[in-house]
Design a binder for this molecule. Structure first.
Ligand SMILES: O=C(O)CCC(=O)C(=O)O
Ligand SMILES: [Fe+2]
Length: 312
């Protein structure tokens, strides 16, 4: 198994109105990828490599600031949004039974004007690039949701109707910039990785990476390495979408390895857009079956959060 590459041109963000496009071929290809692999590379989405590089450059400048500055923006310090903000090294464990992940991250979850950002002297371009990219990823995700609904022959708005509040406190969608600093893999703790094995929690995830290291688990349980393909967006199904589609679309575990022994100087960066349904939407099996009971994203996310961060 390898991860398929699908051409998204007909629904690209550079096509102003996709409603009249012929999306059938595209929807068939996406369906096969999401049913069989759970991951797909999309090319020609309208989001360019240049845009991605620009956001990664601004993120890197933020991460290279002293922790003392970044702590002013730490996650859980924003009264209006508990998810938004900076996550220090080894704070998060995406595999709940393993040591903390060897990465730093910045979660953009709230676009509220009361949210405090680093000054443009401390982190040039950080706020603007993050916010602009959040919107770009949102627009692309909504297009993907529409094609996914078509592919399943259900109401084309069925997923869109549950993603109306992105960027507000009523929706957990997050643009996460991750920074994996150089690490000597021989000094890491037993079982420690750059990002522990996990599946994503939301509806779908868009991922942009600037280096290898990502691995995806196959049905046979062995992991395969995912290349970094410039100019593409890697899209995967997340857990709530798997339930929503009664397991037709599969949410697949993945992880980010430490660099190979002897490589103590490479950094890695990624940008992940975790698309989530609105907190109070109801996610129930779209085929009308009772394979899973209906869930509320707010309650579901809280439960998953305890696993990754503890019940504190
Ligand atoms: O950094 C990456 O390439 C993937 C990270 C990831 O899977 C996640 O943060 O959920
Ligand atoms: Fe992930």
């Amino acid at each position: 198994m390898s991860i398929p590459v699908v051409d998204f041109s007909v629904a690209s963000l550079s096509v102003e109105d996709m409603s009249s496009a012929d999306l059938h071929q595209l929807s068939r290809e996406l369906k096969v990828a999401f049913m069989e692999v759970g991951f797909v590379f999309l090319k020609n989405t309208g989001i360019t490599q240049e845009e991605v590089d620009h956001v990664m450059d601004a993120s890197r400048r933020f991460f290279l600031q002293p922790d003392q500055l970044k702590r002013l923006f730490v996650r859980k310090s924003f009264p209006i949004n508990p998810y938004h903000g900076w996550v220090a090294m080894e704070t998060e464990r995406l595999h709940p039974e393993k040591p903390g992940d060897l990465k730093e991250a910045f979660n953009l979850t709230s676009l509220h004007p009361d949210i405090k950002w680093p000054s443009s002297e401390a982190a040039p371009g950080f706020q603007e690039t993050q916010m602009t990219f959040f919107h770009r990823c949102k627009e692309l995700s909504l297009r993907i949701l529409r094609v996914m609904a078509l592919s399943l022959d259900v109401d084309p708005d069925i997923f869109l109707n549950a993603h109306r509040l992105i960027g507000t406190e009523e929706n957990y969608t997050t643009l996460r910039s991750s920074y994996y600093p150089p690490v000597n893999s021989e000094q890491a703790k037993e079982g420690q990785l750059r990002c522990g094995e996990h599946s994503d929690w939301g509806s779908i995830t868009l991922l942009f990476q600037n280096a290898e290291g990502l691995q995806v688990r196959r049905r046979s349980r062995e992991f395969i390495c995912v290349p970094s393909v410039p100019g593409t967006v890697l899209v995967n199904i997340a857990d709530m979408m798997q339930r929503w589609t009664s397991d037709h679309f599969v949410s697949v575990p993945h992880r980010v390895l430490l660099p190979p022994a002897g490589d103590c100087s490479s950094t890695r960066q990624s940008l992940a857009f975790f698309l989530h349904p609105d907190n109070e939407a109801v996610v129930s099996c779209i085929d009308g079956s009772d394979k899973y009971p209906p869930l509320r994203p707010s309650a579901y996310v809280k439960e998953r959060e305890y696993d990754s961060y503890g019940r504190a």
